[in-house]
Design a protein around this ligand. Structure first.
Ligand code: DAH
Length: 357
């Protein structure tokens, strides 16, 4: 019995894992284990022998069982220690700054524009990119044979064979959203309409798809003075330059009377463009007082209501603000370009948090 005890207690002490322990348990105190077999021999003993051997065997069995339990607990502790040593995580480390996707500069600038105009009381309106030629042209005082139709390099959609109605167009500007918004809401109204527009044109400063934002403000006594103030507020906020100068030049658009093109102050030093300083001017938008015929087409009474509208290129504004040289790169989906010019996904522009990074 002493031999058995020596053998198992030292084997248990040396066991390396739970599986080895379980083997030892079966060998010693399992149904066919050595200690169990010895217990079966008790029956063949004399009562005197049994009185000595019985309690001794039980004691041996208990001792082996508790050695097994103690070793099992020690192995579990060691395993936990090992996990704690190898699987630790320092929760005080800063978050990972590696970013995967980025916000496209056009998306970022559209959000910036919407944030600034929201602050001036303008809601965001939308219209379809596939437009009827009535909304895109006629409703804006551009009748079928008006020369302005040629200036737009319009993409026309095919009609089904035998369908003689005028073809749909890919909208050439965001101005038709003026008509749609006034039809829907009437006057007074104050909206901007950012979105995609299309013209058949391609070079360093033109892509067949680009982005514009339209502005519309109609009320009882809205004037060119209000237009000037709103645009100056906008440019100061957008370029983050207080008191940025603007220049209004008389121009012509069929949908406004009078019409003005607006330039912002800039300088060219060593081929470098700087906005908001110097003696040069950069044209950034078209605008004017909404033509009575446009109001009429949208169901707004021009004897009662008047106001201004403007339209500008979002891509152009993004290029100017963030120093992006080639318009075409905006739409090449080059990951290196997107990572360089893109914005962190949580960098949402707000007036209080800052518009740009
Ligand atoms: N729709 C014009 C264009 O695409 C831009 C424009 C000019 C919009 C004057 C206006 C405006 O609302 O008043 O070139």
């Amino acid at each position: 019995m002493d031999d058995l005890k020596q053998k198992y207690l030292s084997a248990i002490a040396d066991a390396g894992d739970e599986a080895a322990l379980e083997d030892l348990r079966l060998q010693a105190v399992g149904k066919k284990g050595e200690v169990s077999l010895k217990m079966r021999e008790l029956g063949k003993m004399t009562p005197e022998e049994r009185q000595v051997a019985g309690p001794a065997l039980n004691a041996l069995k208990d001792e082996i069982n508790s050695a097994l339990a103690a070793k099992k607990a020690a192995l579990a502790d060691a395993a936990l220690e090992e996990r704690l040593r190898t699987e630790w995580l320092d929760v005080t480390l800063p978050g990972r700054t590696e970013r995967r996707g980025t916000i496209h500069p056009i998306s970022q600038v559209s959000e910036e524009i919407a944030a600034i105009f929201a602050n001036l009381g303008f809601a965001v309106a939308e219209g379809p990119q596939i437009e009827t030629d009535w909304y895109n042209f006629d409703s804006l005082n551009i009748p079928p044979h008006h020369p302005a139709r040629q200036e737009f390099d319009t993409f026309y959609m095919n009609r089904a064979e035998g369908d003689d109605r005028p073809p749909h167009v890919l909208r050439t500007h965001t101005s038709p959203v003026q008509t749609r918004a006034m039809e829907k809401q009437g006057a007074p109204i104050r909206v901007i309409a950012p979105g995609r527009v299309y013209r058949s044109d391609y070079d360093q400063t033109h892509t067949p798809m680009f982005h514009q934002v339209e502005g519309l403000c109609i009320d009882k006594d809205v004037s060119m003075a209000n237009l000037k103030w709103v645009l100056e507020e906008f440019f100061a906020a957008f370029f983050e330059i207080d008191g940025i100068k603007t220049r209004f030049r008389a121009s012509h658009f069929p949908f406004t009377e009078p019409s003005a093109e607006v330039d912002i102050q800039c300088s060219w030093v060593d081929g470098q463009l700087k906005i908001g300083e110097g003696d040069d001017w950069m044209e950034v938008l078209g605008s004017g007082m909404v033509h009575p015929k446009v109001l009429e087409a949208a169901g707004v009474n021009p004897d009662e209501w008047q106001g201004f509208a403007f339209g500008m290129g979002i891509d152009r504004l993004a290029m100017l603000k963030y120093g992006i040289p080639d318009l075409r790169a905006f739409f090449d989906s080059d990951l290196r370009w997107l990572r360089h010019y893109g914005f962190a996904s949580l960098d949402v522009p707000t007036l209080h948090g800052g518009l740009s990074r």
